[in-house]
Design a protein around this ligand. Structure first.
Ligand code: GSH
Length: 176
């Protein structure tokens, strides 16, 4: 489906949530422009950005005349609005549920517990590094158990899914 204006992704290069959306846009071969939101300079809290994403977090995608915050909502929008592009929810109902489940462990359980806001809050009280390491280690142990039940060539069977789109940037984050 052709878009009248190119989508614009507000993102940060190290952000795993932004990485999910970059991978999905590229997988679906949707051309887009980018605007870098420099998190370390606090640009996510600038009033013009907060008007687009009141959470003050990246990513935000401007697409088809809409402004969509939240990486998982963006992935669902791309799935719904661009049905002729390669899907990120392949297979039958059970395979799609497994892909969503792995994605949610990452997006709802691992990433929010060790993001920049949490790290900045807790570092006054405890050493944030061991906390982040523990959240990631324990989260990945759960993901690995799920993968033992679902994986083929990719997280669920032999097709790329939303689970892979979430897993890869979380691994980048864990390495860092
Ligand atoms: N649930 C949100 C989480 C977004 C999020 O935590 N983004 C991080 C980067 S991965 C961020 O903007 N951090 C900046 C901050 O915490 O101030 C989503 O999936 O989009």
């Amino acid at each position: 489906m052709a878009s009248p204006t190119k989508p614009l992704l507000h993102h940060y290069f190290r952000s795993s949530c932004s990485g999910r959306v970059r991978i999905a846009l590229n997988w679906k071969e949707i051309n887009y422009d980018t605007r870098h939101i420099l998190l370390l300079k606090g640009e996510q809290h600038a009033s013009d950005y907060l008007a687009k994403n009141p959470s003050g977090l990246v990513p935000t995608l401007e697409i088809d005349g809409h402004v969509i915050p939240q990486s998982m909502a963006i992935l669902e929008y791309l799935e719904d609005a661009y049905p002729d592009t390669p899907t990120l929810l392949p297979g039958d109902a059970a395979q799609r549920a497994k892909a969503r489940a792995i994605a949610q462990v990452i997006a709802s359980d691992i990433q929010p517990a060790q993001n920049m806001t949490v790290t900045n809050h807790i570092k006054d009280v405890i050493d944030a590094k061991p906390w982040n390491r523990r959240v990631i280690d324990q989260g990945f142990e759960k993901v690995e158990k799920m993968l033992q039940l679902s994986a083929g060539k990719y997280c669920v069977g032999d097709q790329v899914s939303v689970a892979d789109v979430c897993l890869v940037p979380q691994v980048w984050n864990a390495i860092r």
